[in-house]
Design a protein around this ligand. Structure first.
Ligand code: ADP
Length: 494
């Protein structure tokens, strides 16, 4: 199998800098692809956290003026990842998040901060760094959407490009007056360019000019090509339909391994599940819940935002608690949701426990201890929480959208009879449907042997990166094959 060189371009990468699932994917892909003989380097902005985390940094490219100041590209490594880091203090050396300041407001110069990332990505693709010539550029979400556009408008032959949509809800939308300052030609401001409802969209740029488009689950790929869910990109996605597909994410099965997890109370796995209840007891203690192993304990690990549908749970909560179901909620986000869950603890002490914040250790304990994990998203490109839940034998209860629909097998009569159910799936995402799903789950929980079979099925589901890594590698190899056959490399003579 021929070795491929891939440059991945992204705005975050686990474990160096993370705000969401995007970082997990970008951080996991290099390891999964190494097994497929694809050698990955990742280009990321040099936020302070990144510059502090890397080692062996060496300057490999100097740029006099990168959107208002000098910059250098450093080749470096961190946590076993090969990185190119853009050191550009005027763009990235500031206290705050990758996208927002301390008050949660977007950085006012985000257009230039991420145009810079894309510009450097395109230059590396065109051979700006001696000895570095990627075969493929893989770019992620709006922050990198200009990479294929810069390559296109350069008029030069660059490497093949693939763009992955991790969340269509972020178009990377900016004022049209920025066009020239961003280094795009006037012709780019057109329907078949980067124009988006009178503005510029970086995501649109990527979707327009990337050779291939992927998103993170097959069902989300279908959903976002419809007017209801396409956020104005659906027409373009339909037009590019033969170049657009869904590849499911995996999770890091070493970090998420209940047999060797230092963050939980007792190790277990599908073959030796007997210790799992010790984690359930530890979780009840950690969240101040009444000790009662006979009732269903439902865990939540989530950003608290409209997308995640947890307002639906708040609506249904009194009825569910009246039925004896207990809850632990780990999450942070929108103030009304945080306040709603905090108030619920006061209203139902011992029945719901809440931890407002982000905490990896608590997340592992919830996965290991909860009987079930609820993910009632209104939309979900892939979702990682339910994949962790499968691996930990916490039965996922999910709405039937996006990647949730693709990864959980509902415990309907046929699936139970065939012995293949792994969770509970409900639709539509309403509080009534959520309530029925939880009542149905509680009934399954009361049937011990059915529940144990579901837990075993869940834990045996392959949620690793191996399958996805193979699919990405196959896509890259197809793209290289296609590029060669159109540029004269083909062995077939005309
Ligand atoms: P998204 O990227 O939309 O937030 P995903 O399910 O794709 O959702 O990925 C989110 C990841 O972050 C999951 O692994 C989830 O368990 C984790 N997570 C979310 N909220 C928290 C939290 N408050 N504490 C710890 N981990 C969290």
């Amino acid at each position: 199998m021929e070795r491929l060189r891939l440059l991945s371009v992204a705005s975050e990468i686990f474990p160096v800098v993370k705000t969401g699932g995007l970082a997990d994917v970008v951080g996991a892909l290099p390891h999964a692809l190494a097994r497929e003989n694809v050698d990955v380097s990742t280009l990321i902005p040099g936020y302070p956290a990144v510059l502090n985390a890397v080692s062996g940094a060496q300057a490999v490219l100097e740029v006099d003026d990168l959107f208002g100041g000098p910059a250098r590209v450093l080749a470096a490594s961190a946590a076993g990842l090969k990185l190119f880091v853009i050191e550009a203090p005027h763009l990235y050396d500031r206290v705050g998040g990758p996208y927002v300041d301390h008050d949660g407001n977007d950085w006012p110069d985000n257009a230039f901060r991420f145009a810079a990332l894309a510009q450097i990505g395109a230059r590396i693709g065109l051979g700006a760094i001696a000895g570095v010539q990627p075969d493929i550029l893989h770019v992620h979400d709006w922050q990198t959407g200009l990479v294929p556009a810069y390559l296109h408008y350069s008029g030069r032959n660059g490497p093949a490009t693939v763009m992955t949509i991790h969340n269509l809800a972020f178009p990377g939308r900016f004022a049209p007056e920025l066009l020239t300052a961003l280094g795009l030609p006037p012709a780019a401001y057109a329907i078949e360019g980067v124009e988006y409802f009178g503005d510029i969209s970086f995501l649109k740029a990527g979707l327009q000019f990337a050779d291939r488009i992927t998103t993170v689950s097959p069902t989300y790929a279908v959903e976002i090509a419809t007017p209801e869910n396409g956020m104005g990109f659906d027409g373009l996605l339909r037009a590019r339909g033969d170049r657009f597909s869904g590849i499911l994410n995996g999770i890091d099965s070493a970090v998420w391994d209940p047999a060797h997890d230092p963050l939980i109370a007792a190790p277990y796995n599908a073959e030796r599940p007997a210790q799992r209840p010790r984690n359930t007891a530890a979780l009840r203690r950690r969240f101040g819940l009444d000790e009662d192993g006979a009732v269903l304990l439902v865990g939540i690990v989530s950003r608290l935002s409209w997308q995640k549908g947890l307002d639906l749970l708040l609506d249904a909560l009194p009825g569910l608690i009246a039925r004896g179901i207990q809850f632990t909620v780990l999450g942070a986000g929108d103030t009304p949701l945080e306040a709603g869950f905090t108030a619920a603890v006061a209203a139902f002490p011992g029945r719901i426990g809440v931890y407002i914040g982000y905490d990896e250790g608590v997340a592992h304990l919830v996965q290991a201890g909860a009987d079930a994990i609820l993910v009632p998203s209104r939309f979900e490109p892939c979702g990682l929480t339910q994949l962790c839940a499968l691996r930990y034998g916490a039965i996922p209860i999910v709405s039937r959208v996006g990647g949730l629909a693709d990864t959980v097998i509902d415990a309907n009569e046929m699936a139970l009879a065939a012995g293949v159910a792994t969770g509970v799936v409900f639709a539509p995402p309403t509080s009534q449907a959520l309530e029925s799903a939880l009542v149905r789950t509680a009934a399954l929980f009361a049937r011990a042997s059915t529940w144990q079979t579901m837990q075993r099925n869940a834990m045996r589901t392959d949620v690793s990166w191996d399958r996805s890594g193979r699919q990405y590698a196959q896509l890259y190899r197809e793209m290289i094959g296609a590029a060669r056959s159109t540029s004269g490399f083909s062995p077939v003579k005309s």
